[in-house]
Ligand binder design. Structure first.
Ligand code: DX5
Ligand code: ZN
Length: 214
C-alpha cells in the first residue's frame, strides 16, 4: 500500500512544518484543489502547490476538483514522479488533458465521483496511469466512507483482464477501521485527511493506518 495524506485537514498556518513532520512516513502528498464550482468549496491552487514544490521532496499527488482541468493542469509545476488527476465529470474531452500532463513526464490520473460508473472512463483506461475512485462526494474532508468496494473490485478485474499498468487510488472516509477492506478490494494508493492531519499525533496515526492495512 502507498499512503497519500491529504493536507486538507492540516493546519494551513504551519503547512510546511506539518508536512515535514510526516515526510519520511509517506509516499505522496495529496493536494485537494477545489474551485467553488465543480465542488461547493474553495481551497487553493497553483501558487500554494508550486511554492511547496520547491521545498518538499515527496512526490505530489494533485487532485483537481475544478470545472476546467484542461486550462489549469498546466499551471502546476510537476516532475516525473508526481501525479495530476482530473475528474471525468469535468472533462468533455479528456484526451488533450491526458496528453498535456504526459508530455511533461508526470503521471496522469482520472477521478470518478461515487455515482459515476466505470463505463465513463472505459475509453481512456489504457491512456492513464491511475484511477482515483472517490469514496465520498468531493468537497470536504471528514465525511463517511461510501461503499465503493464493488467498484474497486470491478476496476481491478478490468485492469487485469486488459493487462494494463494502472494503479487504483481511493479517496474519502478512510480510517483504521476500514482501510483493510479497501486494500483487499484492490486499492494501491490510499488518501486520508482527517485520519492523519485531523489527529493530534500524525506520525502515530500513520503507523496505525499502516498496521491496520496489513
Ligand atoms: C474530498 C477530498 C479528499 C478529502 C479526504 O473532496 O478529495 O481527498 O480530503 O478527506 P478524509 O480522509 O477526511 O475523508
Ligand atoms: Zn482528494
Amino acid at each position: 500500500m502507498k499512503l497519500a495524506p491529504s493536507i486538507l485537514a492540516a493546519d494551513f498556518g504551519r503547512l510546511q512544518q506539518e508536512i515535514e513532520e510526516v515526510a519520511n512516513l509517506i509516499d505522496y502528498l495529496h493536494f485537494d484543489v477545489m474551485d467553488g464550482h465543480f465542488v461547493p468549496n474553495l481551497t487553493f491552487g497553483p501558487p500554494l502547490v508550486n511554492a511547496l514544490k520547491d521545498k518538499i521532496e515527496i512526490p505530489f499527488d494533485i487532485h483537481l476538483m475544478i470545472t476546467d482541468p484542461g486550462l489549469y493542469a498546466r499551471k502546476f509545476k510537476i516532475s516525473k514522479e508526481d501525479i495530476i488527476s482530473f475528474h471525468i465529470e469535468a472533462a468533455s474531452d479528456p484526451k488533450p488533458i491526458i496528453a498535456e500532463i504526459k508530455s511533461r513526464g508526470a503521471k496522469v490520473g482520472v477521478a470518478l465521483n461515487p455515482t459515476t460508473a466505470l463505463s465513463a472512463i472505459e475509453p481512456i483506461l489504457k491512456d492513464v496511469d491511475l484511477v482515483l475512485i472517490m469514496s465520498v462526494y468531493p468537497g470536504f474532508s471528514g465525511q463517511n466512507f461510501i461503499n465503493v468496494l464493488p467498484k474497486i473490485r470491478q476496476l481491478k478485474r478490468q485492469i487485469a483482464e486488459q493487462g494494463l499498468n494502472v494503479e487504483i487510488e481511493v479517496d474519502g472516509g478512510i480510517k483504521a477501521s476500514n482501510i483493510k477492506e479497501v486494500i483487499s478490494a484492490g486499492a494501491d494508493i490510499i488518501v486520508a485527511a482527517s485520519a492523519i492531519f485531523g489527529q493530534k499525533d500524525r506520525r502515530k496515526a500513520i503507523e496505525e493506518l499502516k498496521r491496520a492495512s496489513l
